[in-house]
Design a protein around this ligand. Structure first.
Ligand code: TPP
Ligand code: SF4
Length: 350
């Protein structure tokens, strides 16, 4: 096996509006196991950023520890990056976002990194509605440390050693809804046509955008009896809708039957066109989204697509009413009004 990524690209590779070809959005050669779901998610991230004409230097990748958290090395080589400590990515993201609100914060994590050691940080990033994309590469196990069951492994599922998991699983999408998440989506690493528009819309959402992606671990959790294997997911996926991202100012043109199409305008004028496949679910009604998730779980199904979106989302900066200018660009005179102002404040308090 070679570890040198070939530099050759087809000379007529298409350029996006910024003049970049797709390889400008790629990363180093992946060292993950061949067939790992995480590599497909990295490819979707690359494609989404290329098609969205993202300036790579306007984006910061953040992660914790795990095979999933290694993936920022394999996409967006020209972006900022911070590979933090196990489960601590949300606090690093919070600090960075508070200091510079002008970047796109792209967090990737694993189910171990998020639902076990990182749970305390994850839940607070959600309830603060931190403006970031948070992708969980969910394989139901700790891949990097050789496949122990994680907290998202379903009760009754069997791991590679033949042990049955006796514990209830944590449903990250349901938990996020409960905590007030303003954008909740689920997908499957093998379904790029669904995942790419979900990533694009998440980048446009002003607030915390969770995308829980089932991403099979071919080495430790792809056996019969696992509910996170390729075979199980393919057989039990239930898409809520077909979904398409429509860039700013373009008209949505579809051939869907009247009434079945939902046009979701995002705050910058771009849109998602959503054709509902599941009649019992409404992506703007939290109760209905929760019911649909619970129903799917009881049936052993995995509900995918945009599960819920709050179109009136106010992110942490809006809640705290911080200044529009990134804090890291404020000058000393903006931050320190001087001794005369202090005298006036003290006089007011007398
Ligand atoms: C503080 C600390 N505790 C434990 C570990 C060992 N450790 C490394 S990765 C990992 C779990 C990774 O699982 P997950 O986040 O699901 O990622 P995956 O490898 O499956 O993609 C653990 C427990 C660590 N690196 N640091
Ligand atoms: S051990 Fe599993 S999660 Fe880690 S790279 Fe291999 S297949 Fe992917």
């Amino acid at each position: 096996m070679t570890y040198v990524k070939p530099k050759f690209r087809h000379p007529e590779l298409q350029k996006n509006k910024l003049g970049y070809t797709i390889d400008y959005y790629e990363g180093s050669l992946s060292t993950l196991c061949a067939g790992c779901g995480h590599d497909s998610i990295s490819a979707s991230i690359v494609q989404a950023c290329y098609e969205m004409n993202i300036e790579p230097h306007r984006l910061a990748k953040l992660s914790g520890i795990g095979c999933s958290s290694k993936t920022p090395a394999y996409f967006l080589n020209n972006s900022h990056g911070f590979n933090s400590v196990h489960g601590r990515m949300p606090s690093v993201a919070t600090g960075a976002n508070m200091a510079n609100r002008d970047l796109i914060y792209f967090g990737v994590s694993g189910d171990g990194d998020t639902a076990s050691i990182g749970m305390g940080q994850f839940v607070h990033a959600i309830r603060r509605n931190l403006n970031m994309i948070y992708i969980v590469m969910n394989n139901g196990c700790y891949g990097l440390t050789k496949g122990q069951d994680s907290a998202t492994a379903d009760a009754g599922s069997k791991n590679k050693s033949g042990n049955i998991n006796p514990f209830e699983s944590i449903d990250l999408a349901g938990l996020s809804l409960e905590l007030g998440a303003t954008y909740v989506a689920q997908s499957f690493s093998g379904d790029k046509s669904q995942l790419i528009p979900l990533i694009k819309a998440a980048m446009k959402h002003p607030g915390f955008a969770l995308i829980n992606v089932i991403s099979p671990c071919v080495t430790f959790n792809n056996n019969v009896g696992s509910t996170k294997s390729y075979d199980y997911v393919r057989e039990h996926v239930e898409a809520t809708s077909t979904i398409d991202f429509v860039p700013e100012m373009q008209e949505i043109q579809t051939s869907y039957e009247e009434g079945s199409l939902n046009e979701i305008r995002l705050h910058d004028g771009s849109a998602l066109s959503l054709r509902k496949l599941n009649t019992n679910w409404n992506p703007f009604d939290k109760q209905s989204a929760m019911n649909a998730l619970m129903h799917a779980k009881n049936q052993g199904e995995i509900l995918t697509g945009l599960i819920y979106m709050n179109q009136d989302s106010h992110d942490l900066h809006a809640i705290l009413q911080t200044v529009d200018q990134p804090l890291n660009q404020l000058k000393e005179e903006d931050l320190c009004p001087g001794w005369k102002a202090l005298i006036d404040i003290n006089a007011d308090l007398r």
